[in-house]
Design a protein around this ligand. Structure first.
Ligand SMILES: [Zn+2]
Length: 375
């Protein structure tokens, strides 16, 4: 192993002086002595950050992974070569359009206002703040204010502020009941029984060499949990969600630097065919208008023998308008059968011995359940 002394000394200096150092620093100093640097940094409690930098590099420097959901051609990214912003901001291009990359979040959304084009225009002239504001234009006001504050203060923003604090603050200043309910759900989620089931499944089925796609990743509580497990530290993770402010909150306040992509999974998944080998759809499927299309897309992006996990599915219930549409279990089974060879239905919670319970016979009246399937 070739050892270059100066970058390591610099890295040590950065780590000691600034615990929440920017991953860009690492990329800038990245060379053959990566392993040695990793060893030094591990002793300073920042090993988690290093792992995430390598995930970012693996995913973002590979122009073969993402594809445009609209024209289905490759998305090629070019990062802004700015010393401060390297790897976090840039523009990606397909054959139909251009999309901005903001703080490491791919913004692959086309709306009626052409926000993607307006943002790219600002980004090309290095007006980062205006780019951010365009993409946050539809976000709840309090959350938007916090995200902009974090953008300007960067690592001077108080680190003790956790995701839960941010959510509680934005809930206090919001007038929309739907938003308040959504925040409550996010705060209480980690105590729910189906979330315990999710973590059990993650421990049992995820491996360190997996490429995992998390559809509907939201504020990133699931990714935070899985990266805290030993043995999953080389896992490649990609998070997808439709809501940009949620993804930016995830990026800023979980203090994890993971590849995140903002796109509408109902049109098409922004990933090349046969690229991932695990997909998690957590509390999301009943909020999707066209689950049939999503099942087809999951079948497309999964490798052979790859696994799909859908947690918390419930039947059609007219009174649950705030929590999505609901799915007829028999319909879901028939859509899945087209793309998956083995489907297992399980109860939405673990039994008293912390084991999963299989459901042998699913009927049109089964109300809540989860499932996993193999391609
Ligand atoms: Zn396109």
């Amino acid at each position: 192993m070739k050892i270059s002394f100066i970058p390591n000394v610099l890295l040590l200096f950065v780590t000691i002086t600034n615990r929440k150092w920017q991953p860009d620093t690492f990329v800038a100093l990245h060379n053959d002595s990566t392993h040695l640097s990793a060893f030094f940094l591990a002793s300073f409690d920042s090993f988690e950050s290093i792992i995430h930098v390598t995930i970012m590099e693996r995913v973002y420097h590979n122009n073969e992974i993402f594809r445009c959901p609209y024209c289905k051609t490759k998305l090629k990214a070019k990062y802004v070569k700015d010393n401060k912003r390297y790897l976090n901001w840039g523009v990606c291009r397909c054959s139909c359009d251009e999309y901005p990359i903001i703080e490491g979040v791919y913004y692959i959304i086309k709306d009626d206002c052409f926000n993607n084009r307006r943002a790219v225009k600002q980004l090309k002239s290095k007006k980062y703040y205006l780019t951010l504001r365009i993409c946050l234009s539809n976000s709840p006001k309090a959350l938007k204010l916090l995200l902009i504050l974090k953008y300007f203060l960067g690592y001077r923003f108080p680190h003790k502020i956790k995701l839960e604090h941010i959510l509680t603050f934005s809930k206090m200043f919001s007038r929309h009941n739907a938003f308040k309910n959504w925040v409550d759900y996010n705060i209480q989620r980690k105590f729910s029984k189906d979330y315990c089931l999710t973590l059990e499944i993650a421990k049992k089925y995820l491996n360190h060499d997996d490429i995992l796609l998390d559809i509907g990743c939201g504020f990133g509580m699931f990714s935070k949990a899985i990266f805290s497990y030993k043995g999953l530290n080389r896992l490649t993770y990609i998070g997808a969600d439709k809501n940009f402010s949620t993804l930016l909150t995830n990026k800023y306040f979980t203090y994890q630097d993971l590849p995140l992509i903002c796109s509408n999974s109902e049109i098409s998944l922004p990933i090349q065919s046969g690229y991932v080998n695990k997909i998690f759809i957590l509390d999301t499927i009943t909020n999707i208008y066209s689950p049939k299309t999503l099942m087809k897309e999951c079948g497309r992006v999964l490798k052979k023998n790859g696994k799909l996990f859908i947690i918390n599915i419930y039947n059609i219930n007219k009174r649950s308008y705030l929590w999505g549409y609901g799915i007829n279990p028999l319909n879901l089974m028939s859509w899945m059968k087209k793309y998956f060879k083995k489907i297992t239905f399980i109860q939405n919670q673990l039994n008293s011995n912390n084991k999963m319970v299989k459901i042998n016979c699913i009927t049109k009246n089964t109300f809540t359940y989860s499932c996993y399937a193999t391609k």
